[in-house]
Design a protein around this ligand. Structure first.
Ligand code: GLV
Length: 330
């Protein structure tokens, strides 16, 4: 019986309880490390595997799929899936899944916290205190921008964007403008007092711009020098979406010249590398891609990826498939 169980690869270190659960169903090969496998090693470890558990970091593309003809399921614990070429998976008959929903509120908490830390200069103030610079009270010492009552601009109004918007509107009395390819239903706009605007208006009017748009070829450098130049000099920009949506070099210049006031960044182009100019600036709060990182949420993300993998390889219905049509094909 054991011999007939499908073989899978767990490509990253995850909760031991989830590894054990997968071992009850599959022959498991596990790369239990925070250091990702490089492309060659991933390809080698996937030989003879029917499924793979990935995070948002393992590139799954047509070349890899062609080299791993036994692969039938690629299940990610991340919600963003720009590392997975879904059309290539579909063409190869490989089920792909991500992990939407379970991280929405945790990620929105973090996005809001990062925006607040940015507006109120919390990172900079803590560094100032720890460095022993706090000698006197000063009327404008670490004075920043208000969050309450200001205008929140949300770029990308999916689940996480809406959860951030609710926090701003209901918790902080903010006015809400947003830009998204598709508008919210009118009833949702009314419930939030949300106003859809075009991108230039969003940039011009927002006091605090929060970016939550998925990364794709069409959102690459959506915010570059030209867009930054349209923002208020008092405005903040927070990016919890993906590195590459913002041109980090252009952002560093805008921050250095103070054409915008401050930024909060959880994601970076080419992360874990960070543009060196950002590291030298005081008016940017930098965090290492941790917006979904509460323990209960990371566990829920792992559980959902495991649910998808088990269903995909045992004749079930994966709960959050990106291309469910591959399962219904003859
Ligand atoms: C994190 O960035 C995710 O996409 O889950």
């Amino acid at each position: 019986m054991t011999a007939s169980r499908p073989a899978i690869l767990i490509a990253r270190k995850i909760f031991p309880e989830v590894v054990e659960r997968l071992r009850t169903v599959f022959e498991v090969d596990a790369h239990l490390s925070d250091e990702p496998l490089d492309a060659l090693a991933l390809r080698a470890r996937l030989q003879g595997k029917a499924g793979v558990f990935v995070a948002g970091t393992e590139p799954i593309n047509a070349g890899l799929l062609a080299a791993c003809p036994g692969l039938r399921a690629v299940c990610s614990m991340a919600v963003g899936y720009n590392n997975i070429d879904v059309p290539a998976c579909t063409a190869a008959g490989v089920l792909a899944s991500n992990a939407p929903g379970v991280l929405t509120e945790t990620t929105a908490d973090f996005g809001f916290a990062l925006m607040m830390a940015t507006a109120r200069r919390i990172g900079e103030a803590e560094r100032y205190l720890r460095a022993g610079h706090w000698k006197h009270w000063g009327f404008d010492m670490m004075a920043g921008a208000d969050v309450h009552g200001s205008t929140l601009g949300v770029l990308g109004m999916g689940r996480i964007g809406q959860a951030i918007a609710r926090r701003g509107v209901h918790g902080f009395g903010m006015s809400l403008i947003y830009h998204n390819r598709s508008r919210l239903p009118e009833a949702d706009e009314q419930a939030l007092g949300a106003r859809w605007v075009d991108l230039p208006s969003l940039l011009r009017e927002a006091d605090h711009l929060v970016i939550v748009v998925p990364y794709s070829a069409s959102s690459h450098h959506l915010i570059g020098a030209a867009e930054l130049s349209q923002m208020k000099p008092t405005a903040t920009l927070t990016n919890i979406a993906r590195g590459g949506v913002v041109d980090d070099a252009a952002l560093a210049q805008a921050l250095a010249r103070r054409t915008i006031a401050a930024a909060g960044l959880d994601v970076f182009e080419g992360e874990p590398a960070v543009h060196p100019d950002l590291l030298t600036l005081s008016n940017v709060v930098l965090t290492p891609h941790i917006a979904s990182a509460s323990l209960p949420t990371r566990r829920a993300m792992c559980d959902l990826a495991a649910d998808n993998l088990i269903a995909a390889l045992t004749g079930g219905v994966p709960p959050t498939a990106l291309n469910p049509e591959v399962l219904t094909r003859a």
